[in-house]
Ligand binder design. Structure first.
Ligand code: AMP
Length: 182
């Protein structure tokens, strides 16, 4: 059953207010579905936006932070639970362990690393939890094109791109993840 949903997203804001609006809508949908948000625990960029939106709509937020970033003052001090872990490896492992499903929203290298580690662990059978891309304003269209190309070259054999969840509507995205949660 889907109870805790992990959102990987940018520690930056992005160029367009459309990203912030979309993250607010995702935060509202998470709270409206009675789900707990699991995320990187920062107040920075879109990470802070989604945490605040879930909290403002009466939802719970679990942040998983590294010692290093906490010492730099990046922790969001208003969330329901803040877990401090040793390093990025421990943080990714803890997010994968804690959540029942995952969303990669618009972000950069850190977000992509988290998305691909979660997807690669799924492909290897280390977990059976669903993972979706939040395709705000077509943000992930080019990534999907690249993955389709890899598939034509026979380097993506165990994950079919058609089976990947990629959705711009936050309510539909959560619905798809719910349907695919065991
Ligand atoms: P990026 O997409 O490169 O901005 O990285 C965002 C992702 O990496 C988040 O989901 C976090 O888990 C992690 N991360 C990167 N930078 C920070 C930061 N300043 N504070 C907290 N987490 C961060």
């Amino acid at each position: 059953m889907l109870k805790k949903i992990c959102v990987y997203c940018g520690s930056a804001m992005g160029v367009s207010p459309a990203y912030t609006e979309a993250m607010r809508n995702l935060g509202k949908a998470i709270a409206a579905n009675g789900l707990t948000l699991v995320y990187g625990g920062s107040h920075a960029g879109q990470m802070g936006i989604i945490a605040d939106e879930v909290l403002d709509n009466g939802g719970k937020v679990i942040g998983i932070m590294t010692e290093h970033l906490d010492a730099k003052g990046l922790s969001h001090m208003g969330i329901t639970e803040l877990h401090i872990v040793k390093d990025m490896q421990a943080r990714k492992a803890s997010m994968i362990e804690t959540a029942d499903a995952f969303i990669a929203a618009p972000g950069g290298i850190g977000t992509l690393e988290e998305y691909f580690e979660t997807l690669s662990n799924f492909q290897l059978g280390f977990h059976q939890k669903p993972i979706g891309l939040f395709n705000v304003s077509g943000y992930y269209d080019r990534l999907m094109d690249a993955l389709r190309y890899f598939e034509t070259q026979d380097f993506m054999r165990n994950t079919k791109t058609d089976a990947l969840i990629c959705e711009a509507d936050p309510v539909k995205l959560i619905g798809l993840l719910k349907k695919n949660t065991r």
